[in-house]
Each structure stands twice: as C-alpha cells, then as structure tokens.
Write a protein that binds this ligand. Sequence first.
Ligand code: GLP
Length: 263
Amino acid sequence: MQIVLCDSADQVGHRAADIIEARLRRGPAVLGLATGGSPSSTYQELIRRHREEDLSFSQVTAFTLDEYAGLAKDHEQSYYSTIRRELVDHVDLPLEQLLTPQGDAADLMAEAARYDAAIAQAGGVDVQILGIGANGHIGFNEPTSSLTSRTRVKTLAGATRADNARYFEEGNVPRLCLTQGLGTIGDAKVAVLVAMGANKASAVQAMVEGPVSAFCPASVLQLHRTAVVILDPAAAGNLSMLDYYREAQKFNDQLGQGQRRGS
Ligand code: GLP
C-alpha cells in the first residue's frame, strides 16, 4: 500500500486526479467510480481539468461500484443519478459508456452476475476510485464480506443505513444493494482510496495497519499490488507510522511514478 498524506481535502482530490489523469492521457481507459462524499474533491478537480486543461473522458468506460436495490436508474438517490450529478454530466463521457448495476432488476442475482461479467468483458477496471465507510466497508461490502466475493446482493448494515439516511425521507433508506465484490474490486489494476475526516480515522487505521480481515473489508487492499491510500490529516489521525509514510512518500514523489510502482 502507498500512503499519501495530504494537507487538505482539496489536496486529496488533486492527488487522486493526478493518478486518473495520467491513465486517461495514455488512451482508452476503464474507470471504477465510487459515490459518497469522499470522492467529491477528486471529481471536482477532474471536472476542472476537463474544462481548463482539455482532459477528455470520451474514451472512458465507467463502472460504478454499487447501487441500491429497488431504486430505478432515474431515482434521484440512485447511484446512477448521483454519479451523473457529481461527475459524468460535467465531462465528455458519453452516457452509453456509463454502466451501473440495475437496482430495480427483477432478478437481482442474475443482474449481479451480468454486471461482474460486463466489467471483465470491458477488460477490467484500470483505476478504481474508492471511499471507505466508517465501519471499514468499501463499495457496500459490509463487515464479514468474503474477501474474494464477486458482485452480488448485500444487506446494508444499520450503521451504513444511518450514515446514508440523510439522502432519503425518513424510513425510506433501502435495506439491500448490489455491490461489486471485494474480489471484483481487487481485480482493478490500480485501486485509489480517498478518505477525509476524523470519523474515518479508526477505519483507516484498521485498513492500513490492522490485520487483513473480513471484519474490516477495506483491509483486503493490503493484498493489492497497487493500492494508493490518500488521506487528509484527520483521516490519518490514528496511524502509528506517519513518519515512515512521509519518508516513503517523499521518495515516491521524487521517482515521479508513485502510481505505477508496486506497493
Ligand atoms: C457508501 C458507498 C461507498 C462510500 C461510503 C462512504 O456506503 N457505497 O462507496 O465509500 O458510502 O461514503 P462517504 O464518502 O460519503 O463517507
């Protein structure tokens, strides 16, 4: 794992955008997109680079990480609508190249298998953007998720439903979702996890310095060859080896190829 320590949420977004931009400038790419507040500064920076620096998404195919079960694509809170609002509608990514699991499919399990196969058929994800839940989840892989899981139907944890309650009318938070599995996420060539805020500090510490454990699903990234974890000071607040991470970051930055090295 590469740990990148930033001074602010904006800088987190900048560093994550650097990795994505480097990949997009090399030609057609498959991106994995997370929703939630964490990637907002990354998406804002990508939009800025699209508008001001000619960064094009026309050759991008994008797969979202997850979707609420029961919500149609055009529901205001579907992750399809969310990712359009947050990023896709502001860049030149053709809508037919934005792919999401269909939350209102009649057969959710078949839809999950179809989605997993579609990712593989596209050649796999080149760069996967991730946030982390306060309980250590990535995508919607809640604690105790199989570390080798594929895209499937999951039950949302009470804590996750409470965190996301702000987006729904009272009592309307979905209970089920479709999510890329931890094995699916692990197949991405590069995984970039962004986290900010003190409420993520304990999950970040468990992910980076704790054991690999299904109880902290994000810890599966310890097994990934090229996982980059980009943090603001509050999210990094519980880490015990900050001096080492700073030192390693200095050398990675000097080499100028942080995102391409093994980690
Ligand atoms: C949801 C999403 C995750 C996201 C997490 C954290 O559960 N499924 O992909 O990482 O929330 O959200 P936030 O970034 O808003 O804290």
